[in-house]
Design a protein around this ligand. Structure first.
Ligand code: SF4
Ligand code: SF4
Length: 409
């Protein structure tokens, strides 16, 4: 493989969407007809990773024919990072990926898998499930292995069952190369978890809509402070940043007529300093081809592009069922510190996608003190809202929605 260029210099912000100078350089390796890569320890990791949670399906089964073509195309273009998990595709993802990936030289592929903290009932389950996962994936080791989905419901399992220690033991035995965690908890929880161990990486939900609106940058800043490299999940917010409204699309095309929403969103996430790879949950060969094209010609985003992303995010936010522009004036007067625009943003996203799981995951990432149920209905916020929103009523509706989803209604 012929290396033709190194791009060095990216000084993207640690918070907000403005640029900051000197917050860290990261290197992109470009090679002829191959996706861009970044150095991570001893590996050259493709900036585009294949998130194996939305595999191509034929009825209830994985469409193995389409999956084989996708993997073949990915491998031809250096996109050799495959991120699966125990429960993806109702437990079928690991098995399907194992069947396809066994056809390739193990040294040529990077497999990431996750220890399902939510399914652990005892300390012994960590090893039992790990061995099951190796068998399903038809491999002797995982390159990246993480405690899956640390949040308020799983943090006790993660700690009580000494999951980090066990994963580290796997590493010492050569069964895992790098140990990390994926996270869906609050920033306060992340402040505890990030420094607890010498993690090799952290998997976070980062995209240009959530960055300010639900303060995703806070989580990113926390792991940056610990110097933990990041793998990105949901860079397109579960597809929400692919199917833009006419107004949001017009804004994007006004500035960048040749880009697509997917390419724009993926590049935004990949441009963050210390991002190792951006996972896209691709479901067909065409999506794979489009994304690979983006990363063959990859360039970090410019300051101007980041500003446009900010504008597009504001349009998306203002066009949801709740017409909130994320101006945050309401928060200046709220005596309880409710994160009003974040609650409205995740509700709007839910109304667009209908994705209950994503809604409840995002809801759980709000700090407890900032959740809609802490509203005391004083009405002070209403007076500050330029959109004349009846905020306490809307917060109550969001709280109800969350409870109904949690209750399985
Ligand atoms: S009504 Fe609720 S959200 Fe509004 S200012 Fe009072 S406590 Fe805050
Ligand atoms: S003041 Fe109104 S528009 Fe601004 S963030 Fe609060 S709810 Fe949204």
């Amino acid at each position: 493989m012929k290396r033709r260029e190194f791009i060095i210099n990216s000084a993207l912000t640690l918070g907000g969407t403005a640029l900051l100078a000197g917050c860290g350089k990261h290197e992109v390796i470009l090679s002829e007809n191959q996706v861009a890569k970044r150095k991570f320890k001893s590996l050259d990791v493709p900036l585009l990773g294949f998130g194996c949670m939305r595999l191509p399906m034929k009825g209830d089964e994985v469409d193995m024919n389409e999956l084989e073509k996708m993997v073949e195309y990915a491998m031809q273009h250096g996109a050799n990072y495959f991120d699966t998990a125990y429960m993806y595709v109702d437990g079928k993802s690991e098995i399907a990926m194992g069947k396809v990936l066994k056809n390739y030289n193990r040294k040529d592929i990077i497999i990431a898998d996750k220890s399902p903290a939510m399914y652990m009932k005892s300390k012994d389950d960590v090893k039992r499930i790990f061995e099951e996962q190796l068998k399903k994936c038809q491999t002797d080791y995982f390159d990246f292995y993480m405690v899956h989905n640390i949040n308020k419901n799983t943090i006790d399992n993660y700690r009580n069952f000494e999951m980090y220690k066990q994963l580290d033991d796997f590493r010492r035995q050569g069964l895992v190369k790098y140990v990390g965690f994926s996270f869906h908890g609050t920033p306060d929880m992340l402040r505890e978890v990030a420094p607890e161990h010498p993690w090799d990486f952290a998997q976070l939900q980062i995209n240009y809509l959530d960055w300010d609106v639900v303060k995703a940058h806070e989580q990113y800043d926390i792991v940056q402070a610990q110097k933990i490299p990041v793998t990105v999940m949901e860079p397109l917010r579960g597809g929400g940043l692919v199917n833009l409204s006419d107004k949001a699309m017009a804004k994007l095309k006004e500035h960048y007529p040749d880009t697509t929403p997917a390419a724009f969103g993926l590049r935004w996430a990949a441009s963050r300093a210390n991002v190792v790879t951006v996972l896209s949950g691709m479901s067909n060969l065409q999506q794979m081809k489009d994304n690979i094209e983006t990363f063959i010609h990859y360039k970090d985003m410019t300051e101007e592009e980041i500003k446009v992303a900010d504008e597009v995010a504001k349009i998306i936010q203002s066009q949801g069922e709740i017409n909130c522009t994320a101006c945050r004036y309401c928060m200046e007067v709220c005596p309880r510190g409710i994160n009003i625009p974040a609650a409205f943003a995740l509700y709007n996203q839910y109304k667009v996608t209908g994705n209950k799981m994503l809604f409840s995951i995002y809801y759980d990432t709000l700090a407890d003190a900032e959740k809609p149920d802490k509203c005391i209905k004083c009405g002070l916020c209403n007076k500050n809202c330029p959109q004349s929103l009846e905020i306490p009523t809307l917060l109550a509706k969001i709280e109800d929605t969350y409870k109904q989803i949690k209750g399985g209604k």
